[in-house]
Design a protein around this ligand. Structure first.
Ligand code: SAH
Length: 357
């Protein structure tokens, strides 16, 4: 068949109406380079996101509270093997005051993200979560602190944590093993995701695009995994090399493929919460705007104190490491409104999990 615009348009229409394609058809979409066809895919993703969420873009205040990490992931700048990182840990007071400041600025979701830092035991996390939820009961608390055991996830959930972000990174076991050291297992990562879901968290998984060794077939496996797992959130961003990691000389992931994946994810999971990530904004100066125009509906400005921002470097040239939170939110709102959307002050729950009250 002649692969012209009409061919790709039909594939996109089929994806929109059925939420599914064959592997070969997914590959066609992921490899097409016809600009009109790429724009059509983004346009259908926008249509679907607007049907579900209108023009709203949800804000999540990201607090990067520790860059200590016991893991040694080959792609990540805060891996324990990187001796050039100046390590920091925010105190409980600093974390709470970042939330208080975020609240004043209009944030209703706080994302506590960090390396896997054993200093933050279940007891510390439970205390933190209870304090934040106690002070701001109208806010959602999202955790992004890696792999823990189910009991730990349970305690934090019972303390009031609402959501958990744990990217699966890649749905292919061999590829997972290629980008992680042998102490980390694909099975355990997947088990964590199932445990989190079991415990009633709104769960976010996700993957880097263009991580070393990634093939189109791996991305198709990621899409199949999303269809099966049905996460409430999906974090997708391009891989960006960090100069102090084993992957320092690898190529960055493609912005265009990332945008296509965002649109495809929106068409597979119409209600999903889909951030336009900082990595996307780093790989392309207009990356987050392009992400929103490709179907994303969440942005995550940084609420961490400015003096630690430079130290939470997962990859090189990370943006927004110098701005005050108030400046970040102003800049984000402006960027979002310039492309015709609107930042809103709300918890922005997954549409199917808003508590009925
Ligand atoms: N320790 C937590 C939080 C990890 S940081 C956890 O394990 O979930 C959040 C995400 O940043 C990671 O899941 C990974 O997908 C992404 N990341 C790490 N290094 C990156 C890099 N070099 N380029 C792009 N994204 C990266």
């Amino acid at each position: 068949m002649n692969k012209d615009f009409t061919y790709y348009k039909e594939l996109t229409d089929k994806l929109e109406s059925t939420g599914d394609l064959t592997d070969a058809e997914f590959e066609e979409l992921l490899t097409m380079d016809d600009p009109a066809a790429c724009e059509y895919l983004a346009e259908r993703a926008r249509y679907v996101r607007e049907k579900v969420y209108g023009k709203a873009v949800y804000l999540r205040g990201l607090i990067e509270f520790t860059n200590y990490c016991k893991n040694n992931c080959y792609y990540c700048g805060i891996r324990c093997g990187n001796k050039n990182v100046e390590r920091y840990r925010l105190s409980e007071e600093q974390i709470i005051s970042a939330c208080d400041m975020g609240y004043e600025l209009g944030f209703r979701t706080f994302v506590l993200q960090g390396g896997e830092d054993m200093f933050f035991t279940d007891e510390v996390m439970v205390r933190l979560i209870k304090t934040i939820k106690g002070k701001h009961p109208d806010c959602a608390v999202t955790l992004s602190i890696g792999e823990r055991d189910k009991e730990s996830y349970r305690k934090m959930r019972e303390a009031g944590a609402d959501r958990y972000l744990l990217r699966h990174e890649t749905a292919d076991k061999e590829h997972y093993e290629f980008i992680h050291p042998k102490e980390l297992s694909f099975e355990h990562r997947m088990q964590c995701l199932r445990d989190l879901k079991d415990l009633g968290y709104q769960v976010g998984c996700g993957m880097m695009i263009g991580s070393p060794g990634q093939k189109i077939e791996h991305l198709i496996k990621d899409l199949r995994f999303l269809q099966e797992f049905q996460p409430e959130m999906v974090g997708v961003g391009p891989f960006i090399p960090h100069h102090d990691t084993p992957f320092r000389d690898e190529k960055a992931g493609s912005v265009d493929i990332t945008l296509k994946i965002l649109s495809i994810v929106r068409l597979i999971l119409p209600e999903v919460l889909l951030p336009a990530t900082t990595a996307l904004g780093t790989a392309d100066a207009k990356g987050r705007e392009k992400g929103i125009l490709a179907g994303a509906n969440v942005v995550m400005p940084n609420l961490s104190p400015t003096d630690v921002r430079e130290k939470y470097l997962l990859y090189d040239n990370k943006i927004c490491t110098g701005d005050e939170a108030a400046e970040c939110i102003r800049c984000m709102s402006l960027r979002v409104s310039k492309v015709g959307y609107e930042v809103v002050q709300s918890r922005g729950d997954h549409i199917n999990t808003i508590p009925s009250c």
